[in-house]
Ligand binder design. Structure first.
Ligand code: NIG
Ligand code: FE
Length: 420
């Protein structure tokens, strides 16, 4: 069989190889192949390893010399608020002066400020801004992005956000997975009438399902936002409609959102900076993945999720960027990985698992991507580093040289390659 493309002369190829979710110790199990190649045909991995590959070459085969650089699966950013309008640098100054994040939200700012701007923004503007953010993420090695709505808080704007994701899915090389998050905050027009908003949300989920605009439903379970019992009601209905469910849980206060996630069979519970020991235990006995977002702790100057404790107690962990204008305004996924190293005290192998196969598992795309294996999509990175440890050590810069998605070169020599 002839390959369309071969990446050869790879110094070291790193990939998870066990069946996910990888819990605890298994997160360290990464296969490393020296002097490797990857052959691609029809967008999928035809073969890989360190054996002979000349048989796959014809005149039509594109050859990429990796010049002894390293290769790994494309990164999967499994938690972002990709589609939004505007920025909140003024609020950042207030945060730094010590005003709490939840207080700003309570006073009608924070998320509600972005809701206001996103409602007013045109579809085209939102599309353009999100497209640019995806380009930036791709330059840093991200090949799949989960994108949440949640800056509309009315059906019209939530649908607008999700339609933007749908169009991006059709036109941007990055793979997208969408989540409906109408329960991101209570909109100002429902201030002091939360119950009425929840009723509205319940109906809106039927609409989102009928339009087939999201794969999952997410709720911000937090003091002053949605309580554990409200989150439960919303997600029980979501499940009954056939959505996957996930929770922004125990981010600021330890309400027990992670435990609720386990009870509901959530695909992931996210943030977990304030998770209780009891809920760590529940997670370790479940298939719910703990999705940790260290960039948010960094930006909000909060404590970090107890990743070491979780992994040592056999939890399955992933990491994500949480790209959004209020608590983590960055597209730099390598910085997120470096924070996982420095602040979450995760090893390089654990971080690679947490950035590839474990997020692929909780987004339910692990049969397609998240590791390098024959038959999977050829979503891979050529990284200009001598080994994986180096990528986490030399921080704040971009190490990714080339990016392939579905076997196509989408970033070459750190430049985006546009299809004509
Ligand atoms: O994941 N915590 C809630 N939602 C986002 C922040 C959204 C915002 O501040 O605009 C988060 O951190
Ligand atoms: Fe978030």
């Amino acid at each position: 069989m002839i390959a369309d493309l071969i990446v050869y002369n790879i110094g070291k190829l790193y990939t998870p190889y066990l069946t996910p979710p990888l819990h605890g110790e298994d997160m360290s199990k990464i296969e490393v192949i020296d002097d490797a190649f990857v052959a691609v045909r029809d967008g999928l991995i035809l073969d890989l390893g360190n054996h002979k590959y000349k048989k796959y070459i014809s005149k039509e085969t594109t050859l990429i010399d990796a010049r002894q650089m390293i290769v790994c699966p494309g990164f999967i950013d499994s938690h972002t608020h990709l589609v939004h309008a505007g920025s909140r640098e003024d609020e950042y100054a207030r945060l730094r002066s010590g005003i709490p994040y939840l207080e700003i939200l309570k006073a009608g700012g924070g998320i509600l400020d972005t809701v206001d701007k996103t409602r007013k923004a045109s579809f085209e503007h939102l599309y353009k801004m999100a497209y640019q953010a995806l380009d930036e993420m791709m330059l840093y090695g991200v090949t799949t992005v989960e994108a949440k709505s949640g800056y509309g808080l009315n059906i019209e704007t939530e649908v607008k956000q999700l339609e933007v994701v749908k169009k991006l899915y059709q036109h941007h090389p990055i793979h997208l997975v969408s989540t409906y998050m109408g329960a991101h905050a209570v909109p100002s027009e429902f201030k002091d009438r939360k119950e009425a908003y929840i009723e509205e949300l319940m109906g809106d989920m039927d609409t989102i399902k009928a339009l087939d605009l999201a794969q999952a439903v997410d709720v911000f379970c937090e003091t002053g936002v949605f309580s554990v019992s409200e989150t439960k009601r919303i997600l029980e209905k979501a499940k009954a409609l056939g959505f996957q469910v996930k929770i922004h849980a125990d981010e600021i206060d330890a309400l027990g959102g992670a435990g609720l996630g386990v009870e509901l069979g959530a695909t992931s519970v996210d943030h977990l900076m304030a998770i209780s020991d009891e809920d760590i235990k529940k997670l370790s006995q479940s298939h719910t993945v703990a999705n940790l977002l260290p960039g948010t702790s960094f930006f909000l100057n909060k404590e970090y999720a107890p990743a070491r404790k979780m992994i040592d107690q056999n939890v399955a962990v992933s990491i994500a960027g949480d790209f959004n204008p209020g608590s983590c305004p960055t597209e730099n996924f390598q910085l997120i990985m470096q924070l996982a190293s420095n602040k979450l005290k995760m090893t390089s192998e654990e971080i690679l698992t947490a950035a590839t196969i474990n997020p692929a598992y909780h987004l339910q795309i692990d049969h397609l991507t998240g590791s390098l294996a024959i038959g999977k999509q050829a979503n891979l990175l050529v990284i200009d580093a001598p080994n994986l440890n180096y990528v986490l050590y030399h921080f704040g810069i971009n190490h990714v040289k080339h990016v392939l998605i579905d076997g196509k070169i989408v970033v070459r020599n750190r430049q985006i390659v546009r299809e004509l």
